[in-house]
Design a protein around this ligand. Structure first.
Ligand SMILES: C[S@@+](CC[C@H](N)C(=O)[O-])C[C@H]1O[C@@H](n2cnc3c(N)ncnc32)[C@H](O)[C@@H]1O
Length: 325
């Protein structure tokens, strides 16, 4: 019965974020009437949703019926905080769930509801999406920046940020060291979003933007670092292997590749997030899936990389790193 209502929590969270419930509770506990006054939403709607959020441990309620944030919602659901993780949730009702509603038919045919791996559909999809998922990867990107030798040589460090989206990976590396220069690649429809984020953070002089498909765009050469943030899962195995080969060619000797993914174990029995995300790829892509460290390592090895390793990072999975000899 708990799973029967499994679709409700993300929709409740989305409604709460859109009606600024977490934002207005950030400066102290409030009654429904006070939240109604601050948000303009209906008392009936707020009461139902806020009580459900208490049941979900995202709010607490005291004996005077005042609602307050819990440590988790205070950390991750207040939209003004850099640690806000509600970005993906905001896309549930319009971009994600409508396609999942066709899962019965998708399982029968093996064909997605929409193929966001194709530019015609994906350009618009990711244009709306990538800024909101910036915080999902920012912590991991900062962790990566901390372990790479970005200042050591004293020379400029060239970073190739593939499927750049918001630019989060290149941005965190550029923020870490003045020596970093980033070549950011994505579809033409998404590059304006990358430019916007990079400009907001004052990094335009350090970025070059390349609009094109990952299997044909000009990657340049001799990069010290290449980042592939959450792209292999939508590309599927064949295109991922081709992409890793192209990336190998674009790195200089000693260069590092960093791959961020929703990983699964070799047996595909856990973790649940990776298994669920594989269904999301069934629903949204032609050939996408989630992969194990062993599978991605084998593709990296086939492309010529050595020393495949993981780096624990504050994201959905550890990062995978490898070196071009
Ligand atoms: C899930 S987003 C990840 C964005 C960013 N790397 C991050 O980790 O937040 C995937 C990105 O890949 C881009 N993308 C997907 N397929 C592509 C392709 N064939 N060619 C170029 N860009 C592509 C999308 O436009 C989107 O910006």
């Amino acid at each position: 019965m708990q799973l029967m209502w499994g679709y409700a929590p993300p929709l409740i969270l989305e409604a709460a974020i859109r009606h600024r419930i977490f934002d207005v509770l950030d400066n102290g506990a409030k009654t429904v009437e006070e939240v109604e006054e601050a948000t303009g939403a209906s008392a009936r709607g707020l009461t139902a949703v806020m009580n459900a959020l208490v049941g979900l441990d995202f709010l607490s309620k005291d004996t005077l019926a005042r609602y307050a944030l819990t440590p988790e919602s205070a950390a991750f659901l207040v939209s003004s905080k850099p640690s806000f993780q509600g970005g993906m949730i905001l896309h549930c009702s319009e971009q994600l769930i409508p396609k999942w509603l066709r899962l019965n038919e998708i399982v029968a045919t093996g064909r997605p509801a929409e193929a966001v791996n194709q530019e015609r559909v994906g350009g618009d999809f990711f244009h709306k999406f990538v800024e909101d998922i910036f915080p999902m990867s920012y912590g991991s990107a900062q962790k990566l920046a901390g372990v790479l030798d970005l200042d050591g040589s004293g020379q400029p460090v060239s970073v190739l940020d593939l499927a750049t989206g918001s630019g989060v990976w290149g941005i965190a590396l550029a923020q870490r060291s003045q020596r970093v220069r980033v070549r950011a690649v994505d579809w033409p429809e998404v590059i304006p979003v990358t430019r916007k984020t990079v400009a907001r953070l004052g990094l335009m002089k350090r970025f070059q933007f390349v609009a094109g498909d990952l299997l044909t765009a000009d990657f340049g050469c001799n990069h010290a670092v290449a980042t592939l943030g959450h792209i292999l899962h939508s590309e599927g195995e064949e295109r991922s292997r081709a992409l890793l080969r192209r990336t190998f060619g674009a790195l200089g000797p000693g260069g590092t590749i960093a791959v961020a993914e929703f990983l699964v174990n070799d047996e595909r029995t856990e973790p649940l997030t990776g298994l669920l995300f594989a269904v999301n790829m069934l629903v949204n892509t032609d050939n996408g899936d989630t992969y194990s460290f062993r599978e991605i390592s084998a593709w990296l090895g086939e492309a010529g990389f050595v020393n495949m390793r993981t780096l624990e990072a504050p994201g959905p999975s550890p990062l995978i790193l490898a070196t071009k000899p």
